[in-house]
Design a binder for this molecule. Structure first.
Ligand SMILES: NC(=O)c1ccc[n+]([C@@H]2O[C@H](COP(=O)([O-])OP(=O)(O)OC[C@H]3O[C@@H](n4cnc5c(N)ncnc54)[C@H](OP(=O)(O)O)[C@@H]3O)[C@@H](O)[C@H]2O)c1
Length: 257
């Protein structure tokens, strides 16, 4: 039996990873800040699927929180076979609207935690000759969309570079780039979603199924939906200036997160 550690496991995309991996019989380590919610989720997954679900409350916006998860990831008696770096959030507003402390917390959760947790888990995986890391980025990584998109661009570049460095080691790294997904994300950030057309919304469970299939195929970048694959193909061809104009017109409140 293998064990997966998921950050941001209690809601949205992370909870969909937890459901899917539990269905497949993987034991889980569930990470988020809200302990009560983690415990409820662990009990439900254990009762429904008969797997072991550990809870690890940690705030990845702090050094202590990241260190706690690093420690679990390097416990060789209880090895982690799959790490899903999924925890994340959005700040409402454009550049200079958001307090610097919130911008720095975003970098800590989206970039520093992803770097440190990946670096903690991979040496053991490499020694065992197998393992996987999914780093949840966003299609915003490919658009000029403020500090959120910039942090997700870092995730994509870091993951694809590390995947290349680890080629042939048996360890797979993949950046997952969803478009809009119905989760708690937008409400938590206080972002309106009324202007987002229905066809742009993805289902978290279907997204996770497609992502895990891409990981098993050895992809280092996953854009799991044909609609977004086509959109991102168009983005690659469009002049940067035009893209900037379109994305700033749609407004940071409504852009792909
Ligand atoms: N929803 C979208 O449209 C969308 C699109 C593209 C990419 N993404 C990315 O997908 C990932 C998951 O987002 P989601 O939409 O599933 O969000 P969500 O529904 O708001 O869930 C966020 C999860 O992360 C946890 N979390 C937040 N801050 C944390 C912290 N400082 N330390 C530890 N855990 C933390 C939350 O639990 P606690 O509050 O208890 O900590 C929760 O479990 C994020 O990286 C996001 O950027 C989302």
């Amino acid at each position: 039996m293998t064990t997966a550690l998921i950050t941001g496991a209690t809601a949205g995309i992370g909870a969909a990873f937890a459901r899917r991996l539990a269905t497949e019989g993987h034991n889980l380590v569930l990470v988020a800040r809200n302990t009560e919610r983690l415990q409820e989720q662990a009990t439900e997954l254990h009762d429904r699927h008969g797997i072991e679900a550990e809870v690890l409350p940690a705030d990845l916006g702090t050094d202590d929180g990241i260190a706690l998860v690093e420690k679990r990831l390097t416990d060789s008696r209880n090895a982690i076979d799959l790490l899903v770096n999924n925890a994340g959030f959005g700040n409402k507003g454009q550049f200079l609207d958001v307090p610097m402390a919130d911008e720095l917390t975003m970098l800590k959760v989206h970039c520093e935690a992803v770097l440190r947790l990946t670096s903690a888990v991979v040496p053991g995986m490499r020694a065992r000759g197998r393992g996987g890391v999914v780093n949840v980025a966003s299609v915003a990584a490919f658009l000029p969309r403020g500090t959120y998109g910039a942090s997700k661009a870092w995730v994509v570049q870091f993951t694809q570079g590390a995947a290349r460095d680890l080629a042939g080691s048996g360890v797979r790294l993949m950046a997952l780039c969803p478009g809009f997904v119905r989760t708690e994300f937008h409400e938590r950030a206080g972002m309106g979603t009324d202007n987002i057309p229905g066809w742009m919304w993805l289902d978290a469970d279907k997204l996770v199924t497609a992502a895990l299939a891409d990981l098993s195929r050895g992809k280092s970048l996953s854009i799991p939906d044909p609609r977004y694959k086509a959109l991102m193909g168009a983005v690659k061809l469009a002049p940067r200036g035009l893209l900037g104009g379109i994305t700033s017109k749609t407004g940071r409140k409504y852009g792909p997160q």
